[in-house]
Design a binder for this molecule. Sequence first.
Ligand code: ZN
Length: 452
Amino acid sequence: MTSTRWLAEYAWLPERAAPTPEVLIETVNGRITAVTPLSPGGPPDAGVDVLADAVWLPGLTLPGLANAHSHAFHRALRGHTHGGRGDFWSWRDQMYAVTARLNPDSYLALARAVYAEMALAGITCVGEFHYLHHGAGGTPYDDPNAMSAALVEAAAHAGIRLTLLDTCYLTATVDGQPLTGSQLRFGDGDALRWADRVSAFTPDGRHARLGAAIHSVRAVPAEQLATVAGWAHRRDAPLHVHLSEQPAENDACRAVHGRTPTGLLADHGVLGPATTAVHATHPTSGDIGLLGESRSGVCLCPTTERDLADGIGPARRMAEAGIPLSLGSDSHAVIDPFEEARAVELDERLRTRKRGHFAPAELLHAASAAGHAALGWTDAGRIAVGGRADLVTVRLDSVRTAGVAPAGVWFAAGAADVTQVVVDGRVLVRDGHHLTVDVPQELADAIAEVTP
Ligand SMILES: [Zn+2]
């Protein structure tokens, strides 16, 4: 039995508007067994002697943060595509060039470094929206799930949990044009063959679980959407889908199907409480109604959406409709949950020219419990008895955070302010350093390997 007592200078507990000072958090075998605020008027026996064995956590301790939308290999493009003009579609061409260099070995090395970068930022769980399944020309590897296995192993090395969202990707356009070039590696032929391949895969390790994804209405023909959704529903697995990231997708879907992408997904049984729509940058009012009524979630990826000039999603309107919001770093132009979270509020300010749309506790919820729930880990993301012992400690004495009110970290801190990360009770990051991965070196080496 491994038991630890942690004494947090501040901890952000569930349903609290702001952090609580001096909180004793007890964990046994990776679970939180007691949470005790010590002041003011803490328990009578909580004297100095009783706390002598507790691990002191200076700063603010948050629950584990969840990155609900990742394409690990996009990290290789950071800093290579940002100077010039172009748009989502030209960026995508550059992204495809990287895929040509990826195989199970090079992807393992790259993803391990990227997931370790996430750990340094306080991310204890990632949703990998995985569509790079096959070898050159679309020829399956000897193990058709070799790339999936590489990603699961990468997360184990990096020490974080992973939901592998195995992505069905069959066509190039809404009107069913076939995959060509780099895209051939994404395709399984049809949704039934996708389901057969995914069903044959069991992630190796308790840190990983399997979910499904529909790449987008561009990539899965309407009559095959229900096959993917049915696979996820039968297994009670998370189901994710890129949705309305670009107005062009809406226009094409209306032209072909006479429906918005959200409407098409609703028609084919894709929406529901286990479903997360990624982006939802350009939904109609009717789309927001469909998402809310079906209790589907939305994963916002603000740093990617601004990098790709996608636009600003109607975050507050979606929240008002009852849609749970989670966060993802998607293309990894930035891996910083603080930047992602504050962007939700700050983008809304730019659009409305008013302040105060999301309370700090709502930003925390999106970055933690809501993200974990969207990935199927409903027992994580809260510092509460019975929850997974994920603790992310943020320093309050850096040049960015000195003098900041603890609740204000969402508007002041960055990933570099994370000093310690505990995942399932195990210390993964200490003093801002990953304990098993030399993250900058491994990133540099892995990216050099796959950059054209
Ligand atoms: Zn994406």
